[in-house]
Design a protein around this ligand. Structure first.
Ligand code: DQA
Length: 137
């Protein structure tokens, strides 16, 4: 089982970015624990602040991996290009968000990913990623 977590813009700042919304743990620390707990699966991780790099990674993983866990962050709400990439590939994509985007500003209620996602996990903090892994097992 080969799964990749793809994180979009500003998620490299987890731990110091708006901790009241996103918590105080860094993604690297959380990912280290995930890798240990799910050592039976081949787990990969990629983060970029650049829209095109995210699209390239979705394309690269999108015909060979068993699952993509995608938190496109702010691009979720703006990027037709990332939405099209999710539609173009054969690997199922689970969309995740750390915060409950529906309890926040209305511009966060729109997602270009959701229509083509296998499922959506929103609002469980970093546990959203673990729930997404479990959805593939
Ligand atoms: C987010 C929610 C987005 O609205 C926001 O732009 C992010 C993070 C989340 O995981 O809660 O950067 O995707």
């Amino acid at each position: 089982m080969k799964i990749i977590i793809i994180n979009g813009p500003n998620l490299n700042l987890l731990g110091k970015r708006e901790p009241e919304i996103y918590g105080s743990e860094t993604f690297e620390d959380y990912y280290f624990l995930l890798k240990k707990k799910y050592s039976n699966i081949e787990l990969h991780y990629f983060q970029s602040n650049i829209e095109g790099e995210l699209i390239t990674k979705i394309q690269e993983a999108g015909f060979s991996f068993d699952g993509i866990i995608l938190n496109a962050a702010a691009y979720t709400h703006t990027s037709i290009g990332i939405g099209d990439a999710v539609k173009a590939i054969t690997t199922p994509v689970v969309e995740v968000h750390i915060s409950n985007t529906f309890s926040r500003e209305s511009f966060r209620h729109q997602s270009y990913i959701s229509p083509n996602a296998k499922g959506i996990i929103i609002g469980f903090g970093l546990d959203s990623y673990e729930l997404a892994i479990k959805s593939f097992l």
